[in-house]
Design a protein around this ligand. Structure first.
Ligand code: SF4
Length: 76
């Protein structure tokens, strides 16, 4: 049976909340009988997304509240 789990893909400092946040992906792992099938990514989130959405400023794509802004798009 396929398994879904949230995996941390990066830890970054976010200036919006002033601390480190975990950027996570919802990964669907293949069933044991299909071991050669690659995992699929179904969604992304930020570990502070919920708290961040309750602040007064619009946030970002990682919180799902502002799809036009990714604070880490130019970083890397
Ligand atoms: S949801 Fe976006 S703005 Fe809010 S803490 Fe996470 S990365 Fe920063």
């Amino acid at each position: 049976m396929a398994e879904k789990r949230w995996q941390t893909i990066q830890v970054k400092h976010c200036d919006h909340v002033g601390c480190d946040v975990k950027l996570q992906a919802l990964v669907i792992l293949p069933p044991e009988r299909l071991p050669d099938q690659p995992p699929r990514v179904e969604a992304h989130r930020c570990s502070k997304g919920l708290q961040c959405s309750s602040l007064t400023k619009p946030t970002c794509v990682w919180a799902g509240t502002n799809p036009n802004y990714d604070p880490f798009a130019d970083a890397d």
